[in-house]
Design a protein around this ligand. Structure first.
Ligand SMILES: NC(=O)c1ccc[n+]([C@@H]2O[C@H](COP(=O)([O-])OP(=O)(O)OC[C@H]3O[C@@H](n4cnc5c(N)ncnc54)[C@H](OP(=O)(O)O)[C@@H]3O)[C@@H](O)[C@H]2O)c1
Length: 297
């Protein structure tokens, strides 16, 4: 089957989420015709609804930004999480595969498919070993896409911040209340702006990449490093006050879902493909500038 051309229409699922919103904004900038479907408009786990949407919208690219992303809740609401994270990617992939015209599925996954036990960046073909229900569900979703025979790109990313609830907004709000912060210093990753991810995904699709791809901002830090930077840069923009941030080990903040400790995605494949992601500090600064503008600052 031939490839969708660069003028192909995109369908973005989970369109009200962080990545969904960023993708629709980037698509408009890049001259891509993109149709967004929110959860209320399209339940990606419903095969009949998915097939009807594909028939109606006739996309060349389906970008699945829908997911159950509340990692701790996944431990409790296992069935609901699996429906979206494990089952729905297969539903989308089979619907794309069965269409009469080339339809690429771009599916977004996570560093939680890895255990993060080794302090080295993780390449795409590393062994997976999820530690949580969220990670197991997302891994099953990846596998369903691979097994479907659909033309696909699975993009794993991590530590997203964008237009929605996220760690940056949580820290800004807590610091704004004058609350001293205790933040884990022994989980390491790559904070990634959803806008940068959206730009990277457009480049990856236009570059014809297929298979599995790691896509995240450059640079590596702990949640503690990130929190300090958010407070410093947020205060400099009048978005929050200045508060102390103390480092703590993960064992002092137990959560229902076990997090990978060193889940740094290796970026060699995306770099070699010419996809240049910004450093997380630059992405964070640009994001905070946007947050200030949105608040009329
Ligand atoms: N956030 C992160 O730090 C992070 C890190 C690594 C990877 N990822 C992956 O990146 C992708 C995008 O994440 P995000 O942060 O943009 O997520 P998000 O902001 O939580 O957005 C997810 C969207 O999916 C929608 N959704 C949930 N169930 C659905 C269903 N059955 N049908 C259609 N839509 C449904 C949600 O709608 P409702 O809220 O109305 O249910 C929400 O709008 C996901 O695949 C996620 O696993 C995220």
């Amino acid at each position: 089957m031939s490839l969708p051309d660069s003028s192909a229409r995109w369908l973005v699922t989970g369109a009200a989420g962080q990545l969904g919103r960023s993708l629709l904004a980037i698509a408009a900038d890049r001259g891509i015709e993109a149709v967004g479907c929110t959860h209320a408009e399209l339940d990606v786990a419903d095969p009949a609804a998915v097939r009807a949407a594909l028939d109606r919208i006739e996309p060349g690219v389906v970008l699945n930004a829908a997911a159950f992303t509340q990692v701790d809740l996944c431990e409790q609401e296992t069935e609901a999480a699996l429906r979206v994270n494990a089952h729905a990617p297969g539903v989308l992939a089979e619907a794309c595969r069965d269409r009469g015209q080339p339809t690429l599925l771009v599916h977004v996954s996570t560093e939680y498919v890895f255990s993060g036990e080794t302090p080295r960046p993780i390449p795409e073909d590393a062994d997976t070993a999820p530690l949580s229900a969220y990670g197991r569900g997302k891994l099953a979703g990846e596998q369903a896409v691979r097994d479907s025979g659909a033309e696909h790109l699975i993009a794993r990313t991590q530590w997203l911040f964008g237009p929605g609830p996220n760690f940056v907004r949580t820290i800004l709000a807590a610091a704004g209340r004058g609350q001293a912060l205790r933040v884990v210093e022994d989980q390491i990753g790559r904070p990634t702006w959803s806008r940068s991810l959206a730009e990277g995904l457009v480049s990856a699709v236009r570059g014809g990449l297929r298979g599995t791809l790691h896509l995240a901002c450059e640079g590596v830090c702990s949640w503690y490093d990130l929190a300090r930077e958010i407070v410093r840069e947020g205060a400099a923009r009048g978005l929050t006050g200045t508060v102390g941030v103390d480092p703590i080990p993960t064992r002092e903040m137990p959560r229902p879902a076990v997090r990978p400790a060193y889940a740094v995605l290796a970026l060699d494949r995306s770099r070699a493909a010419g996809i240049h992601m910004p450093h997380w500090r630059d992405a964070l600064a640009a994001y905070l500038d946007e947050e200030r503008s949105a608040r009329g600052g």
